[in-house]
Ligand binder design. Structure first.
Ligand code: FES
Length: 108
């Protein structure tokens, strides 16, 4: 199986290359690598907003749109943008290889 690499840019601007695996969420991959700013307080239940990232490059395929629950939670984050996503709601697939995500400054 080809490896899947995600790049997180933390609030200080430092890059973190993270290996991810199909079957986990993007948030879990970030937590495994202890990416600063990804707290994921609710454990992936879409109710805390502390796994919020801005998607700078989506990898090889477009992501599905956020569902209503995720969209509502994103609106409650300090600085939502059109490219905002909750990383706990993005399943890792091989198509995500090369994805770049920026952690919001508010999560510093
Ligand atoms: Fe809480 Fe994603 S981990 S909303």
């Amino acid at each position: 199986m080809a490896s899947i690499t995600l790049t997180f840019i933390d609030p200080t601007g430092k890059e973190h290359k993270v290996e991810a695996f199909p079957g986990q969420s993007v948030m879990r991959a970030a937590k495994s690598a202890m990416v600063p700013g990804i707290e994921a307080v609710c454990g992936g239940n879409c109710i805390c907003g502390t796994c919020h990232c801005y998607i700078e490059a989506a990898g090889g395929a477009a992501l599905p749109e956020p569902d209503d629950t995720e969209a509502a939670m994103l609106e409650a984050t300090p600085e939502p943008r059109p490219e905002s996503r909750l990383t706990c709601q993005i399943p890792v697939t091989e198509n995500l290889d090369g994805m770049v995500l920026r952690v919001p400054a508010s999560q510093h």
